[in-house]
Design a binder for this molecule. Structure first.
Ligand code: G6P
Length: 344
């Protein structure tokens, strides 16, 4: 098994480091004409997914809706079957394994209602590929660690390709180079941030827009592998309840790249600081305004916001990974969890 880890301490770390390639390969292989046709003609899209895949679907909604000008709905597989949304338009199942029972049930139901169905998956020949009318393969390669990392990044590559198709190739260049930015953050020093998190009982992850689901995923990773209670929140929502939990022992990880929501994020951070919570902020390199007001500043490359979704996600994976290492957790096989959940 050690040989398969290729010199890395855990499969998770190996797979984190394989992310530039997983993203690049998914973009490089591209999509066939059948996929293009289905995506171009969609007038409404419903995505259905579970776990980490649900988070990539939410990120897609934030990225795609303003650019593609079509309504996009995101549903949990486990809810869909019993509380179905309006069954119309293209239904996309996002599933790394292609086997998750709840996602399969939802897709079958959409099919039974004559919706065109589409799968995004990492496993050729998996159940989802047999149910869906059309499949877009992601190219992450096999993922061993239970916590999804490179499959998450490859899913984002596939979903960003869909945005790109709808935008007539406007993001061709950006997508072809995005892996380089992911590469840049892999060796980020996380020691100070880990020192804050490893002793915490609760950690909040906050962001706005696409960085809200990035925060949800950051919190999920922290829970899964370090067993620290973590919650992802839309930054503006913290004052509607969770503020009551903020203490000097409750770190908040704030994802705060430039953009329309930057000023309001900064004021949210100041509000949290006023409640004495230590702040770990992810911001672009050279953002001295942010660096000055937070406790720990983690720089990310100054790139297109879509690429920042990738780099901030990877930094949050590293934070969970190194925190779990410090706590000596069973990183590749967290307790009570399975890689693929084939029961309802
Ligand atoms: C399990 C895994 C998660 C994964 C989820 C959905 O819970 O532990 O990492 O996100 O299933 O899996 P899927 O294969 O449908 O993406």
């Amino acid at each position: 098994e050690d040989a398969k880890k290729g010199g890395f301490a855990h499969f998770m770390l190996k797979e984190i480091f394989e992310q530039p390639q997983a993203f690049y390969e998914t973009i490089r292989v591209g999509v066939d004409d059948a996929v293009r046709k289905v995506i171009r003609s969609a007038e409404e899209i419903t995505l259905v997914a579970c776990g980490t895949s649900y988070h990539t679907a939410l990120i897609f909604k934030y990225l795609a809706e303003p650019l593609c000008n079509i309504p996009i709905r995101v549903e949990l597989g486990s809810e869909f079957k019993y509380y179905p949304p309006p069954l119309r338009g293209l239904v996309i199942a996002v599933t790394q394994s292609g086997e998750t029972a709840d996602t399969m049930a939802a897709l079958k139901m959409a099919k039974a209602h004559n919706c065109p169905t589409f799968a995004i998956t990492n496993v050729q020949g998996s159940t989802v590929t047999r149910i869906a009318d059309t499949t877009l393969m992601m190219r992450a390669g096999p993922e061993i660690s239970v916590a999804a990392t490179k499959s998450y990044i490859a899913q984002l590559a596939a979903l960003m390709q869909i945005v790109n198709i709808r935008c007539d190739g406007a993001f061709d260049d950006m997508l072809a180079h995005a892996h380089l930015a992911i590469d840049e953050v892999l060796l980020q020093d996380m020691a100070d941030a880990v020192a804050l998190c490893r002793t915490a009982e609760h950690v909040f992850f906050v962001g706005r827009g696409p960085f809200y689901p990035v925060s949800l995923e950051g919190a999920l990773k922290m829970k899964e592998i370090s067993y620290i209670h973590a919650e992802g929140y839309a930054a503006g929502e913290l004052k509607h309840g969770p503020f009551a939990l903020l203490t000097p022992e409750t770190p908040v990880v704030a994802v705060c790249p430039p953009g329309a929501t930057y000023p309001v994020m900064v004021s949210n951070i100041k509000e949290m600081k006023a409640r004495r919570a230590p702040i770990i902020a992810l911001g672009v390199k050279g953002d001295s305004e942010l660096e000055e007001i937070v406790d720990i500043f983690i720089p990310i490359p100054d790139t297109h916001p879509m690429v920042q979704v990738l780099t901030t996600s990877v930094v949050l994976q590293l934070l969970s990974y190194h925190t779990a290492c410090a706590l000596q957790c069973d990183i590749d096989k967290p307790r009570n969890l399975a890689k693929s959940v084939t029961v309802e």
